[in-house]
Ligand binder design. Structure first.
Ligand code: C2E
Ligand code: MG
Ligand code: MG
Length: 814
């Protein structure tokens, strides 16, 4: 009774306390004396009366009661007690009672705490596993508790795992190293956290974030481990995805730039830097310069607006690198919306497509050019012709198509092989290119066919000029494989708008005209018959007639006397070419000399003039006129000829006359020709001993100062100035100046085209030395000249007096 740790009270039948043990006194905070004779009911808490009466009733019924009741201590405080009370009878049959009780306030509090804790853990979304710590070694700590979250996640029921090792949750992908780290920490009773793969009951792996805390008992010994696990499979997946995306972004060849809603650069990838030359540091956070499309800033704003509407845009841009270089870029811009409704981002993906562009251009070039000659091909020519026709129609201008075919090309191909044929075509392409302006289109249609498109023609006849140029470009042989090939071509010309108004028709007509040339014996050109207007016809006939003129003896020289204005003495004659053709009649040199120049025929003709004129000079000397010099006109082409001096020397020596008596007339433009070494050519003539006159002076643009460098003897004032004497002030001023300056340079002056006595007198007055013109004598045929000289070695050139009858006779004679 006295040694019991529980309080024990004995009560007599009335309920008064009979005895209390020491434990009861301690628990109730009352002394033995206080308790004895105290009504047991007074020890019970007021507020718990209902429970008390129930307990008393139960004891009355059953003889005993067990349960919890609330007691009051001596100081008035209350406590929960676990109570067992029994009724018993003594020898006098009186009913006594015993009450055994213990204070369970603390236990109740603990139980309450446990209840709260447990319900929290059970309701937790994170998984909780508690294991026993005493068996760290094989087979590992035993699981003593798992919460429902664990059961849900793993698919195991608590019964399936309790008592087993947590190893059952691990598998192939569970990282051994992480496990070792955890184990090491736990051995030191240290809390530890890690990320780990566990496996569900069905074998599915899932990632957890695990946090293990050692649980210590009151002695500080670790008895359990409490592990809280959170499923992070989704987080890991997103992270993995992000890692992959970042990796892809870093390694892609395309430049990527991410702009925020305000246009600030948020991110760029390495390809961006490689393409643009701007480092990430330079552009990040930079709103004003997106460092991509400097040139098209306005456009970028437009695109952003479009992307805002449609979510996407793709197109080509001209980008600009940091170094200033620009490049074509293929760009796509998309809108990426943010999750929480915040303003989104713009993802700009771009590619430097320079290489692609170059390739595209090359393809384009190949599609439109002939691989052999690099000239435009049939397709490009068609395009250009179509465009040109539209243009010509709009501007009311003229144009022409030349259709050219190499004569007997098949022979060359057959006999010398295709390689030689190709080489010939290439060479011809180069020559043809030299015959047209840059704005004209020269194309190879295929085979040996070429076409030329001439735009903005002043007159249809200009097409003939090009055709003649081509013919003359072909007179030079083409050297192939050490062999000189002479090539000719047949050219058909059709004009817009005269011959045709549609491109196809123009081509067809030019082709027809070309065939006509072939039928007429090749090597020539011809306008489409429908168009052949009078002047073109005449030009055309002239051209073909000129070819036969030399052989047909159709040329003749006339000689116009040149006279000393002071004495009237005939000092020389100018040989002037006359062409008398049966079909064309008398053709002016002004008309046919340019034609002869274009075709190269001027060279044989010039040679003929030279031979004929020196022969005449010989005859004049033999006839007793030793002091008359012969003036010959040289054409530009003749003057440029390398063997000019040789052929002159040859002509002089075969005629047997001294170079002293030969005078060569050249024009300003010939002297000014920068491509030719004029200085050396004139020097050579000078050394040969012939004299040189500058013809038609005043018509070109040269200054006398410039001419000072050259070896010249005479200066011929052009007849247009002489015609203005004495009334046209400008002509007067120019003529006087020319004379004065020519004298300053030591040149003798010859006035051309003197038609009146007045002009003659004025020129003499100004100091002009010599003159020629209709007033003195028209150009004369050889026999007329000889007659004139025989009778009048000296022409009357009276000063101030009316022309003499002789002079008149002379003029009417001629
Ligand atoms: P040019 O050398 O200035 O020849 C003078 C031209 O003036 C000649 O015209 C002559 O007939 C003409 N003429 C002479 N006196 C008068 C006159 O009082 N009044 C007028 N209005 N004209 C006069 P043509 O013979 O028609 O020759 C024209 C041009 O053709 C020459 O101009 C010359 O540049 C060129 N030419 C003539 N023969 C030859 C030749 O054999 N070879 C070359 N390369 N050119 C020649
Ligand atoms: Mg002349
Ligand atoms: Mg002249």
């Amino acid at each position: 009774f006295e040694t019991s740790l529980d309080g024990i009270l004995l009560a007599e039948p009335g309920g008064l306390v009979l005895a209390a043990n020491a434990a009861a006194c301690r628990i109730l905070g009352r002394s033995q004396a206080e308790l004895q004779k105290l009504d047991g009911l007074a020890l019970m808490a007021e507020h718990d009366r209902a429970a008390l009466y129930e307990a008393l009733e139960e004891r009355e019924r059953n003889g005993s009661f067990q349960g919890q009741l609330c007691f009051t201590r001596g100081d008035g405080s209350v406590f929960d007690a676990e109570v067992a009370s029994t009724l018993f009878t003594d020898s006098q049959q009186r009913v006594h009672s015993s009450v055994v009780f213990r204070d369970v306030t603390a236990r109740n509090r603990d139980l309450e705490r446990l209840r709260l804790l447990e319900s929290s853990v059970e309701r937790l979304n994170d998984m909780v596993i508690i294991t026993r710590a005493d068996e760290l070694d094989e087979p590992g700590p035993r699981i003593v508790y798992v919460n429902p979250a664990f059961e849900r996640m793993s698919g195991y029921t608590a019964e399936q795992v309790i008592g087993r090792s947590p190893r059952m949750l691990q598998g192939e992908r569970t990282d051994r190293k992480t496990l070792a780290t955890i184990r090491a920490a736990l051995e030191q009773d240290e809390p530890v956290s890690a990320e780990l793969v566990n496996y569900a009951a069905d074998g599915t792996p899932y990632w957890i974030d695990i946090e293990i805390t050692p649980v210590l008992d009151h002695r500080g010994t670790c008895t359990h481990y409490a592990a809280i696990q959170r499923d992070i499979t989704e987080r890991r997946r997103v992270e993995q995805e992000l890692r992959l995306a970042a990796n892809a972004l870093n390694n892609t060849a395309e430049g990527v730039m991410i702009l925020d809603h305000a246009g600030c650069v948020v991110s760029v990838n390495p390809a961006y830097t490689r393409i643009t030359g701007y480092s990430a540091e330079e552009v990040l956070g930079n709103a004003s310069r997106t460092q991509l499309f400097e040139e098209n800033r306005g456009l970028l704003a437009e695109i952003i607006a479009l992307v805002r509407q449609q979510g996407h845009w793709q197109g080509e841009f001209i980008g600009r690198r940091r170094c200033g270089e620009s490049y074509p870029a293929l760009v796509s811009v998309s809108n990426v919306s943010a999750e929480d409704g915040a303003p989104g981002y713009y993802v700009v993906v771009f590619n430097d497509i320079s290489d692609y562009k170059a390739y595209e251009e090359k393809l384009e070039y190949l599609a439109h050019h002939d691989a052999l000659t690099r000239l435009p091909n049939r397709f490009l020519f068609r395009d250009r012709l179509r465009e040109a026709t539209a243009r010509a129609r709009r501007h009311d201008s003229a144009m022409a198509v030349l259709f050219m075919d190499i004569d007997r090309f098949k022979n060359i191909n057959d006999s010398l092989g295709h390689a030689a044929g190709d080489q010939l075509l290439r060479e011809l392409a180069v020559r043809l290119q030299g015959c047209v302006r840059e704005t004209d289109t020269l194309a190879r249609l295929g085979g040996d066919e070429f076409t030329i498109l001439l735009e903005e023609l002043a007159a249809p006849g200009d097409a003939a000029v090009v055709a003649r140029k081509i013919m003359s470009a072909l007179t030079e042989p083409v050297e192939i494989g050490g062999r000189n090939l002479f090539v000719s071509a047949s050219i058909g010309i059709s004009c817009f708008p005269g011959d045709a108004s549609e491109p196809d028709e123009l081509m067809r007509n030019a082709d027809l005209a070309m065939y006509q040339v072939k039928e007429d014996g090749r090597a020539g050109y011809r306008f489409y018959a429908g168009q052949m207007n009078a002047s073109a016809v005449r030009e055309l006939t002239m051209h073909s007639a000129l070819h036969g003129a030399l052989a047909g003896n159709e040329f003749q020289l006339h000689y116009q006397p040149i006279v000393d204005v002071a004495t009237g003495q005939v000092t020389g004659v100018e040989a002037l070419l006359r062409w008398n053709n049966a079909q064309l009649g008398l053709v002016s040199p002004a008309d046919f000399i340019p034609l002869a120049e274009d075709t190269g025929l001027i060279l044989p003709i010039g040679q003929w003039v030279l031979d004929e004129a020196t022969r005449e000079l010989r005859c004049l000397r033999d006839a007793g006129h030793p002091c008359v010099r012969m003036a010959i006109n040289l054409s530009a082409r003749q003057f440029r000829q390398a063997d000019l001096v040789d052929s002159i020397r040859g002509a002089l020596s075969s005629a047997g006359v001294d170079p002293l008596w030969l005078e060569l007339e050249i024009t300003e433009t010939m002297v000014m020709d920068g491509a030719h070494d004029t200085l050396a050519a004139l020097q050579a003539l000078h050394e040969l001993g012939v004299s040189v006159a500058l013809d038609d002076f005043g018509m070109g643009y040269s200054s006398l100062g410039y001419l000072q460098r050259f070896d010249l003897n005479y200066l011929k004032i052009d007849k247009s100035f002489v015609a203005g004497i004495p009334r046209n002030e400008g002509a007067v001023a120019i003529t006087r100046t020319i004379i004065a300056m020519a004298h300053g340079l030591g040149l003798r002056v010859i006035a051309e085209g003197v038609e009146t006595q007045e002009q003659l007198d004025t020129l003499r007055e100004w100091g002009c030395e010599e003159a020629q013109g209709y007033y003195l004598s028209v150009p004369l045929a050889s026999d007329e000249l000889r007659r004139l000289l025989a009778n009048h070695d000296v022409l009357p050139v009276p000063s101030g007096s009316p022309p003499t009858g002789d002079a008149r006779t002379l003029r009417s004679n001629s």
